[in-house]
Design a protein around this ligand. Structure first.
Ligand code: HEC
Length: 118
């Protein structure tokens, strides 16, 4: 049984880290920030503060207990039908896979923590 624990840890690291396999948490956040800036910031704002095209992630409704990491994955894969705000629908984001999203989510959670959202 014990032999499976390192295997499990490696699997988790691989899932979370994706291409950045083996990178530390800070590296993941740094890469997540770069990915966020190039794919999400035009609507959700640099540092997640929102724009006139999309909502801020520094809002309590986006804390993990209300919008889980999985809801972030789903949003990017399938797009979002406008329901919380009046910005319109979010289209699916092309070229951002689950591994990239893993890093983006780590970054978003880090700025949410910094802002005292949760
Ligand atoms: C073209 C603009 C646009 C881009 C680009 C965009 N979003 Fe959005 N996003 C929106 C809008 C608008 C909403 C709000 C929909 C609503 O009314 O709830 C939204 C909502 C969301 C939600 C909330 C989903 C839910 O279940 O309520 C998440 C999570 C999200 N976006 C993540 C991202 C991430 C991560 C990226 C970058 C990979 C991204 N978005 C890029 C416009 C955008």
């Amino acid at each position: 049984m014990k032999v499976w624990i390192p295997v499990f840890i490696l699997m988790v690291m691989f899932t979370v880290g994706g291409r950045a396999y083996g990178a530390g948490a800070d590296d993941l956040i740094t890469q997540g920030k770069a990915l966020f800036n190039s794919n999400c910031a035009k609507c959700h704002g640099y540092d997640g503060v929102g724009t006139d095209k999309g909502p801020p992630f520094l809002n309590k409704i986006y804390k993990p207990s209300h919008h889980s990491d999985m809801s972030f994955q789903m949003a990017v894969m399938n797009g979002v039908r406008a329901h919380h705000w009046r910005f319109g629908n979010m289209p699916p984001v092309e070229g951002v896979g689950m591994a990239e999203m893993g890093m983006i989510i780590q970054y978003v959670r880090s700025i949410q923590k910094e802002a005292g959202i949760y």
